[in-house]
Design a protein around this ligand. Structure first.
Ligand SMILES: *Cc1c(COP(=O)(O)O)cnc(C)c1O
Length: 411
């Protein structure tokens, strides 16, 4: 493990993923440790967007649905996601947002498991996941009971009343990883479906949805997959389940023959039935460029580097400012996602002070400082610099300045 800035530079020079950083615009003078919230801009995206807007939209107009295969984007882009999540190409599709995909798949799963009523999830799960499940509970008025339990008793709470367990694979604050195969196995034993949220997993860790016998999953396009702000999301449904699931947002794009314009909804065979309306073409194109940054990249190498970056951050933070923070993520890289978390009562102000010094992480209430590592562009020397500046802020108490104390709308 490196013990100086120079050693970090040497590690960067030997990094088998070093070539991938060239695929991004990483702003000059910025150490960006927030690729888990919004991935950096792929270098190929601006030209792609300009061509899409000026030629495909501006000149070819409606013809581009066929000529530029806009209509095929949900399936085509998904073929780049499938290998990253360990699924077959016809088990993944790109559509809507993560929140909307959660609604569609959770509703479909509940319907298929009736008369079971219980949807199990974890306290402290990502808010949108809980809010969408609460919305379903209200909508289905008695046909669903949302049961929230502590993470430590999740497995024990899986009994024969459970229709669906919906959990986030890597926790957004602590970075803890759930054992996917173990939860799937336990759920299947009691006859429940599992719906995984892969928002902090896809593009960051090795996933094997098929090998782990996963039922359903959703995930985010704008984090490690570099799809751009508000990028479309993806969803996965195991092939063995697809034709037995019916989702409630039964729009025309999920119809067996959308351009027959018939009055009766008839779901498409396979994964297409999980589409709702017209694809968001601009967002889809940017997402496609984001996914191209993974061309020729072995996800095992991404994972190995991610663990090394996290280990380095934690070790340096402990050496340089150990007494100041509590480490709120797993120390063992094998059970930690591509992020670390430190807590401090003045966490918000400390993060503001750090951002003012060019190190961008983020803050999550009540007291979490979160640093994400995107191995395609985060370097070892970035970790060194980030902790160096953090240590300076803590020793000089820079964060106490009033300008670091006021909160913006997005933290
Ligand atoms: C980022 C994230 C989302 C995002 O949902 P949107 O619908 O894109 O706002 C959902 N779930 C988790 C766990 C996330 O981390």
């Amino acid at each position: 493990m490196p013990t100086s800035r120079e050693e970090c530079r040497r590690m960067d020079a030997q990094d088998p993923l070093a070539f991938a950083r060239e695929r991004f615009f990483v702003p000059e003078g910025v150490i960006y440790l927030d690729g888990n919230s919004l991935g950096c801009l792929p270098r190929s995206a601006p030209a792609r967007m300009a061509d899409l807007i000026e030629r495909q939209w501006g000149k070819d107009l409606i013809q581009s649905w066929n000529k530029a295969d806009w209509i095929g984007m949900p399936q085509r882009i998904a073929t780049r996601i499938a290998p990253l999540v360990g699924a077959a190409e016809d088990e993944v599709i790109v559509a809507d947002s993560t929140s909307v995909n959660l609604f569609k798949l959770a509703a479909a799963a509940i319907r298929a498991k009736a008369p079971r009523r219980v949807v199990l999830s974890e306290r402290g799960n990502f808010p949108t996941d809980l809010y969408v499940l609460q919305g379903l509970e209200r909508l289905l008025n008695g046909a669903v009971e949302l049961r929230l339990v502590e993470r430590s008793v999740l497995m024990d709470a899986l009994d024969e009343s459970v229709a669906l367990i919906a959990v986030t694979h890597i926790h957004y604050k602590t970075g803890e990883i759930h054992d996917m195969a173990a939860i799937n196995a336990r759920a299947h034993k009691v006859g429940a479906f599992v719906l995984w949220d892969l928002s902090h997993s896809a593009g960051a860790v090795e996933l094997s949805l098929n090998r782990d016998d996963s039922d359903l999953a959703i995930g985010c396009g704008y984090k490690y997959l570099n799809g751009g702000p508000g990028a479309p999301a993806f969803l996965y449904a195991a092939r063995r389940l697809q034709d037995n699931l019916e989702q409630p947002l039964s729009g025309w794009m999920g119809h067996a023959a959308p351009f027959d314009f018939t009055d009766e909804y008839r779901p498409a065979k396979g994964i297409a039935r999980f589409l709702c309306g017209t694809p968001v073409v601009l967002g889809m194109a940017a997402f496609e460029e984001g996914l191209k940054t993974f061309d020729g990249v072995a996800i095992a190498e991404v994972r190995a580097k991610s663990i090394a970056l996290g280990d380095l951050f934690l070790r340096l933070a402990e050496e340089r400012c150990g007494a100041e923070f509590r480490i709120a993520c797993p120390r063992d890289g094998k059970t930690r996602g591509s992020q670390v978390a430190l807590t401090h009562p003045e966490g918000y102000a400390i993060m503001q002070a750090l951002i003012a010094e060019g190190v961008i992480g983020d803050f999550r209430a009540p007291d979490f400082l979160r640093f994400g590592f995107a191995p395609l562009y985060t370097r070892f020397v970035d970790i060194w610099e980030a902790v160096d500046r953090l240590a300076g802020i803590m020793s000089r108490r820079t964060y106490r300045a009033p300008r670091f104390q006021t909160r913006a709308a997005v933290t």
